[in-house]
Design a protein. Sequence first.
Lengths: 463, 258
Amino acid sequence: MTIYQHTIRQNRYQFDSLKTLLAKATPERSGDALAGLIAANAEERVAAQWCLADLPLTTFLNEVVVPYEEDEVTRLIIDSHDQQAFAPIRHLTVGGLREWLLDYRTDSQQLAAVAAGITPEMAAAVAKIMRNQDLIAVAKKCQIITRFRNTLGLAGRFSSRLQPNHPTDDPQGIAAAIFDGLLYGCGDAVIGINPATDSPQAMTSLLHLIDELRQRYTMPVQSCVLAHITTALQVIERGAPVDLVFQSIAGTEAANRSFGIDLALLNEANQAARSLGRGTIGNNVMYFETGQGSALSANAHHGVDQQTCEARAYAVARAFEPLLVNTVVGFIGPEYLYDGKQITRAALEDHFCAKLLGLPMGCDACYTNHAEADQNDIDNLLVLLASAGCTYVMGVPGADDIMLNYQSTSYHDIRFVQSSLGLRPAPEFEAWLQQLGIVDQAGLLIANERHRLLQSAAQLGGW
Amino acid sequence: MAEQPESEQLWQRLRQFTNARIGLGRVGDGLPTKAHLAFQQDHALARDAVHAQVDFAALASAVQAEFPHILRLKSAAVDRASYLKRPDLGRMLDADSRQQLETLQSAPATIALVVADGLSAVAIERHAAPLLKLIKPQLSELGWSLAPLSLVEQGRVAIGDEIGELLRAELVVILIGERPGLSVADSLGMYLTYAPQRGRNDAERNCISNIHPQGLSYASASELLVYLLGQARQRRLTGVGLKDERQRLSQPTNPSLE
């Protein structure tokens, strides 16, 4: 086994494996401390970062962090690695990759060309020696475009998931929140409901609700009910109007098993949803959520730090060409990401790694009430993410999700960041908003007390 | 303050269908002052609920009549920050508390009741005493013996199992403050374990969640508790194998994360 080492002054630091080196090089966060993987002090952390910077990228093809024989995610990473795409960066070290990524000459096209040659562990490693501004600058250069009924990820665009959750799945309560969100110009990424009950019946009735609204107003959007993938497969079989199939995924086979999934099941669902042919301009049909700490909380992290585990989940995601992927960055609680600083760092790492690997990455910028965070931290993170070219964020009424009991970003927040940074929603959706008189040519909201959607909302009691 | 727009009446009517913050209105792209401060207030209440300390001395004197023998215990989490970062420490007793229970040589009992602050001090301060007063006579009526009442600082759910084991109880019931949401900061949960011992997992416990004025009432919660305890004793288990199979009168909803 290779021993990795670095000396600072007279202190020689040794790291007995690649996964230990990666863990020790990781910026401080509570989850790695909880797992007992964190650097003992700041000097050990920077020693690990020096050592990591000198590591040739080819090391990651020869030493895996989770055994190949034990883990199908490792097998996917190694077996799908594209040597040809890797060729332009093959000679680099991790530190060299950081500089190559930041170089003016490395543009969107070159980044897209090498994506299949970069493994999740390489992405995680380079992230660990990048500052927040590096993560923003490089992610911004990555352009990842996906399509279903609209086009997501174009330059100058910033999309949103409309998240109208309700603790008992009340259709009128959900519809009211949808109308509200549409009137703020939200929902182009997806109108996506987390159901309170994971049942085929509940899923089907919610799908019909959104589908009816979509058709009534000829909205260029897609819908999703975020039930378990097996529930989605059942309702597809029964003919329910499924646009996107959702699943939470993680970066190890064992963690995915704790979610009740494996790669074969994801593949089956991808094929089933594609076969429906419901996308009008594209057929990216999968929607994945991830988040640092999920592997550890399932006791399935194999001694690998949580950021590296998270990046490995993106290898799973990219195998299925999803329409949308987002990290749910502060949801899991302070034992994994303690405060606003750790949440912000993790969000920027996740966004960077996913974009580098070629994914349409969004972010649920959020926190729970026992984390050391508040809405100001989320405001800050929102501006950083939008600056980094993040594909989409969540639109939750008043930022308060009354079903999942956490705080995210609101309809107002999305408007704020679009206005402040001159960003627009997806072009097809923007045209629809203008056609309905929701926004003007400059993208500003039009005040209209008698708007058609408001009048429709007024009829909700009579359903 | 922004003027009330015409559509406000519409949104007020739609709020009968949802407690979501819909129809907040806007000034530019921002929130009107009233909606902004209402959110700040709810978040402040939730934060205070997490960081407040339970006055266990007051709780002890409030239930002294019903529970003459009360134990004051601490988890291995020394403060709130360590409690939040290290769930494992909140699940175990500190050395002194463990020794206290070991030297107690408690007689075997049917039920050990435990109260822990968990993530909401407010939930414990508001609901623990009235619930304990309601539960105690019902348990005694059934002829079930009670171990001393344990009050635990910085405790998580699983600490009840260690306490139940040391008190040689057939079943342990822990009352604990649940993670505060923005709309409810004082929700209390009760967890039951049959044959409690260290190392039991979540699948081996039952949970009665969401006990607060807008959620499950004290009466429904204690009724469900007595039912589950009876079933657990009969079937010698708790957890996924034990379900509420009564007519659906009071169904606990949406168990919160610890």
